[in-house]
Design a binder for this molecule. Structure first.
Ligand SMILES: [Zn+2]
Ligand SMILES: [Zn+2]
Length: 242
């Protein structure tokens, strides 16, 4: 499967980079994971947004759903008068879950308790520590059994270690520096490094990066915490074959 980074800024867009959004492709199936600010423009550089097969939302903070509305407009208007309907997966533990419903989208609920199948992907969930209900995703490509884990937004939780066990790629919320420990909102460089090391992941990608901060310091702090794992910073338009 192929992962493309469409936006990695934490909280708000800055310096031409949008907020959380990732494209995951396998066997011609295209899944958009979160639709942060700027994601439709970023997506257009890679595929026609109309060719998306599904969208999944981890939670309903603005930096993860800002472009849901304009994506629905693409599906409504771009091929008018034909309206294409895109399924948008999300949980219902927020009044904002109705953002998934429109003339050109269909809300599909996940409970977070049971795994679901989306096209070629087997998707498991882990409720995170965050000011609003949010789910991390462990996505396995059924054909190859390759595993991609996305922490979504979360403070540190030990449960990430079994959840991310042996993942080929762990994409982790690294909004904070080493000294900013024990947050109930986001993780630090050191915390995501420790999880990666204990879970034995093959590659750790730092995302949800704080705008206008020293990301090289985040990178070196994470590397220090996980000497055995390849660590990289998210970059826009970066493609990773998993
Ligand atoms: Zn966020
Ligand atoms: Zn959030």
């Amino acid at each position: 499967m192929k992962l493309t980074i469409l936006g990695f800024m934490g909280g708000y867009p800055a310096n031409g980079v949008g907020t959380s959004s990732y494209l995951l492709e396998s066997a011609g199936f295209r899944l958009l994971i979160d639709a942060g600010s700027g994601s439709v423009l970023a997506l257009e550089k890679h595929i026609d947004p109309l060719d998306l097969d599904a969208v999944i939302l981890t939670h309903y903070h603005a930096d993860h759903i800002a472009d849901v509305g304009v994506l629905q407009h693409v599906f409504l208007l771009k091929n008018a008068p034909n309206v294409k309907e895109v399924p948008i997966y999300g949980h219902t533990e927020s009044i904002w879950h109705t953002v998934r419903e429109s003339k050109s989208s269909k809300a599909i609920d996940y409970s977070g308790q049971e795994a679901i199948e989306i096209g070629p992907f087997h998707v498991e969930f882990l409720k995170t520590i965050h000011p609003v209900v949010c789910y991390a995703l462990a996505i396995t490509e059924r054909e190859t059994e390759k595993k991609f884990v996305f922490s979504a937004d979360s403070g540190y939780m030990e449960q990430f270690i079994p959840f991310a066990k042996d993942a080929d790629v762990f994409l982790a919320d690294t909004n904070f520096f080493k000294e900013q420990q024990k947050s109930s909102v986001h993780m630090t460089s050191e915390e995501v490094g420790e999880i990666a090391e204990k879970a034995g992941v093959k590659k750790l990608i730092l995302t949800h990066l704080p705008p206008n901060e020293d990301w090289q310091r985040l990178l070196s702090e994470a590397k220090e915490a996980t000497p055995n794992v390849k660590v990289m910073l998210a970059e826009n338009d970066m493609k990773i074959i998993i």
